[in-house]
Design a protein around this ligand. Structure first.
Ligand code: TPP
Ligand code: SF4
Ligand code: MG
Length: 342
C-alpha cells in the first residue's frame, strides 16, 4: 500500500555520498573500522496527503469519519516513520479503517484482529501497530481474543469504535446495545445485559484503558497519543454514532446536542485537598467504580499500569536462550530441537 520510493537505490546511495562529503563525514571502511556507514536520506514530512488512501465509504454523518480525522492528526503531529505504520482491523463498518490509511495494513477476519496484531507486534516490535474495529468485532466474536491480548500485555494501540449496534450487517443487537434496543435480532427489544467495556478491560488485564467520544476530536487525539505512548496493550473505547441504525444514542454526552461531556480529573499528586478527590489511574478498584457510573458515564483515562509487556519478556527470554546456545542461529536451534525429538 505504500508508495514506491521516488529514488532508485543507486540514486539514494549517490545522494548519501553527496550528503556525507558536504558534512565532512567519511565513508571510508578504514575510518569506520568496518563496512561503510550509510546515512539515512532526509525524510519527507509526513503529511495528511501522504497518509490518506481511499475515500471513506461510510454513510454521511457516521461517527467513524471523525475518528479517522483524529488518527490522521496524530500521525501528522508525531511524524511517525511512514514505513512503520501498520493499521489492522477485523470486519465491520469501523473495521474498514485500514483501507483509508496509506500504510501497511489488513482488513482481516471478523474478531481476529488481536491475534494478527499480536503476531506482528511480537515479530516486529519496531512497528507501530494500530488496531481498529467495532463493538461486535471487539466484544462479541473477538471478545475472547481481547481478554488474551490484554492479559499478555502485547504492545499495540486498539481503538474500538462503539456504536452499540452491528452497523455493517444492518442493525443487529451488539454486545453493548442497551436493554430494550429494538433490532433485527431483537424485534421486541434487547433483553440481555450489555457488556461494560471498561469493566471487561480492567478485569482482562489491559494496561491502558480509556474512553472517548467521536464528537470531541481534541479529546480523541489526546487519548490516542496517550495510548500510543503507553508500552503495552492499550485500548480506547470511543462512542461513535451509527447515524443509520442507532442515531442520537450518544447525544447525552455531546454538549452540541444538549448533553454533557464529563472528563475524568486525574490526580496531580500535588498534595492539595482537591487532589484527594481526583482519580488515581493506577487504582483498579477506582477505575471499576468509574465504570459503574450510569450512561453516558465519564471520559478519559480509567486505568494505566506499567506491567511488563510480552514483547519485553519474550525479548529477554530470546536473549537468554541465545546466550545459552552460544549464539546459535534460529535454524541451528530448530535443527537441534528436531534432532532431539526424532
Ligand atoms: C465469522 C463471521 N461472522 C459473522 C460475520 C458477519 N458480520 C460482519 S460485520 C459483523 C458485525 C459488525 O459489527 P461491529 O463490529 O459492531 O462493527 P460496525 O459495523 O458496527 O462498525 C458481523 C456479524 C462475518 N463477517 N464473519
Ligand atoms: S451503517 Fe452506521 S456504522 Fe456503518 S457506515 Fe453507516 S452510519 Fe457508519
Ligand atoms: Mg458496531
Amino acid at each position: 500500500m505504500l508508495p514506491a520510493p521516488s529514488l532508485s537505490p543507486k540514486e539514494l546511495v549517490n545522494d548519501d555520498v553527496n550528503l556525507m562529503s558536504e558534512t565532512n563525514m567519511t565513508t571510508s571502511p578504514v575510518a569506520t573500522g568496518g563496512s561503510p556507514a550509510i546515512a539515512e536520506p532526509p525524510r519527507e514530512k509526513l503529511t495528511k496527503k501522504a497518509i490518506t488512501a481511499d475515500h471513506p465509504t461510510w454513510c454521511p454523518g457516521c461517527g467513524d469519519f471523525a475518528v479517522l480525522a483524529a488518527f490522521y492528526k496524530v500521525l501528522e503531529k508525531r511524524q511517525l516513520e511512514h514505513e512503520k505504520i501498520v493499521t489492522l482491523a477485523g470486519i465491520g463498518c469501523s473495521s474498514r479503517f485500514p483501507y483509508f490509511v496509506n500504510g501497511h495494513g489488513a482488513h482481516y477476519i471478523h474478531g481476529r484482529a488481536v491475534p494478527l496484531a499480536s503476531g506482528i507486534s511480537l515479530a516486529r516490535p519496531d512497528l507501530h501497530v494500530f488496531l481498529f474495529g467495532g463493538d461486535g468485532d471487539g466484544f462479541s466474536i473477538g471478545g475472547n481474543h481481547l481478554d488474551h491480548g490484554a492479559r499478555k500485555n502485547i504492545n499495540m494501540t486498539y481503538f474500538i469504535m462503539d456504536n452499540f449496534v452491528y452497523g455493517l450487517t444492518k442493525k443487529q443487537t451488539s454486545p453493548t446495545s442497551p436493554i430494550g434496543f429494538k433490532s433485527k435480532t431483537d424485534p421486541a427489544g434487547a433483553i440481555d445485559q450489555p457488556v461494560n467495556p471498561m469493566k471487561k478491560l480492567i478485569a482482562g488485564g489491559a494496561t491502558f484503558i480509556a474512553r472517548t467520544h467521536a464528537s470531541n476530536v481534541n479529546h480523541m487525539i489526546q487519548m490516542i497519543e496517550r495510548a500510543f505512548d503507553h508500552q503495552g496493550f492499550s485500548v480506547i473505547e470511543c462512542l461513535s454514532e451509527c447515524v443509520e441504525f442507532f442515531p442520537d444514542v450518544f447525544d447525552p454526552a455531546n454538549p452540541k446536542k444538549g448533553g454533557s461531556f464529563e472528563v475524568i480529573q486525574e490526580k496531580k499528586w500535588d498534595g492539595t485537598p482537591e487532589d484527594e478527590l481526583r482519580h488515581d489511574v493506577t487504582d483498579e478498584l477506582a477505575a471499576y467504580k468509574l465504570a459503574s457510573l450510569p450512561f453516558p458515564g465519564v471520559f478519559g483515562v480509567f486505568y494505566q499500569s506499567d506491567r511488563p509487556t510480552k514483547n519485553a519478556l519474550e525479548k529477554k527470554w530470546i536473549e537468554t536462550t541465545r546466550e545459552k546456545t552460544g549464539g546459535a542461529s534460529d535454524l541451528e536451534i530448530l535443527q537441534k530441537t528436531f534432532d532431539r525429538i526424532k
